[in-house]
Ligand binder design. Structure first.
Ligand code: FAD
Length: 324
């Protein structure tokens, strides 16, 4: 079957764009390699525990995103999160730990993406392995004989992966490969008992592998005694290829060291590797578009990074593609 538009990726940028285009009547297909929506704003289940092991929260700086955020709040997809927030170590790097209004999707950070995906034709476990333009887009998905075809194509994979799909002959190949995305190692720690060190989340600004620690269970509509630990980009880069067990152990040890507070026994501690966690293009153009081939690339890194950037970029890419 042929579509008006195919979107690669079911994160914030892909689903924002797909929703906008489907609402305007375009037949829209979303292809996502993972088992569910959310991308780097994922929620991982481990038994009865649920972790926001990627994006932690978001805030709204621009008026359009603030308006959309209000709609999600009114629909019950998003709630404010008011953590007792600390800075461990030098406070200089975090001037406003309490001045920001923070929001989380409920019941997990993938909540908004999940809601958006429900109204769309989204195919999960569909990894796009090849794309080519022949008077329209022809898309090959791992394990599928038949090609998917469309008039327009939107790629929202992180820049290195988008470059690999477009191939070395494409005009955008070099500029996509030049965007540096920092990795992040995350650990999901489930404790047998509550831990209250006097804060719910903290920026770690001292000599430690850790950059951020948060009591995931302190967010609305979560339960349990579950913490998320994020390593610094530098530490993550240095230890990126180490086995998960080694990474989990190192971050748990670092957690105990920065807390200086008795940590209850843990049920488990599991590490996750985010190879392309965060980064941004130098000029933040919002999205890349090519009217000759009805192609666009979107993603957080094109609009200042983070969830708001992903939404802004997806929104902009949809407007451009609707004109093609
Ligand atoms: C550890 C961590 C912490 C973060 N903390 C915050 C935070 O606190 N606040 C905040 O605002 N932001 C945070 N971010 C950033 C935020 O998660 C991202 O800005 C946002 O989720 C990016 O959305 P996106 O749609 O642009 O990209 P992605 O979420 O990366 O979506 C791209 C999608 O494309 C899919 N894909 C890639 N290649 C293919 C392929 N070949 N075929 C099919 N599908 C493919 C991927 O599986 C993915 O689902 C954090 C990110 C990480 C990793």
């Amino acid at each position: 079957m042929s579509y008006d538009v195919i979107v690669i990726g079911a994160g914030w940028s892909g689903l924002t764009a797909a929703t906008a285009m489907a609402e305007q009547g375009l037949s829209t297909l979303v292809l996502e390699k993972s088992r569910g929506p959310g991308g780097r704003s994922a929620t991982r289940r481990e038994g009865s525990a649920r972790f926001d092991h990627g994006a932690q929260y978001f805030s709204a700086r621009s008026a359009p995103f603030a308006r959309r955020l209000q709609q999600w709040q009114d629909s019950g997809w998003v709630e404010p999160w008011k953590p007792r927030l600390a800075v461990l170590g030098e406070a200089d790097g975090h001037s406003d730990p309490r001045g920001t209004n923070r929001f989380v999707a409920v019941p997990g950070m993938n909540g908004v993406c999940k809601q958006l995906a429900e109204s769309l034709d989204c195919r999960f476990q569909h990894r796009v392995e090849q794309i080519r333009y022949e008077q329209g887009w022809r898309i090959r998905v791992v394990g599928h004989e038949e090609e998917f075809t469309s008039k327009r194509l939107l790629i929202t994979a992180p820049p290195a992966q988008a470059a690999a799909l477009l191939g070395p002959g494409h005009d955008w190949f070099d500029c996509l490969n030049r965007v540096s995305m920092q990795p992040s190692i995350a650990a999901m720690l489930s404790l047998n008992e509550p831990l209250d060190p006097g804060f719910d989340a903290a920026f770690v600004n001292q000599d430690s592998p850790l950059a951020w620690i948060a009591n995931n269970s302190s967010k609305p509509q979560r339960s349990g005694n579950d913490w998320v630990l994020h390593a610094t980009p530098e530490w993550s880069k240095q230890h990126l290829e180490e086995p998960f067990e080694t990474l989990a152990e190192a971050l748990l040890t670092a957690f105990k060291a920065v807390l200086d507070f008795p940590v209850p026994e843990h049920a488990f501690c599991i590490a996750h590797r985010w190879r392309y966690a965060m980064g941004h293009a130098a000029d933040a153009p919002g999205c890349l578009t090519d009217a000759d081939t009805n192609l666009a690339v979107a993603g957080d890194w094109l609009a200042g990074s983070r969830i708001e950037g992903a939404w802004t970029s997806g929104d902009k890419a949809a407007r451009a593609l609707l004109e093609f």
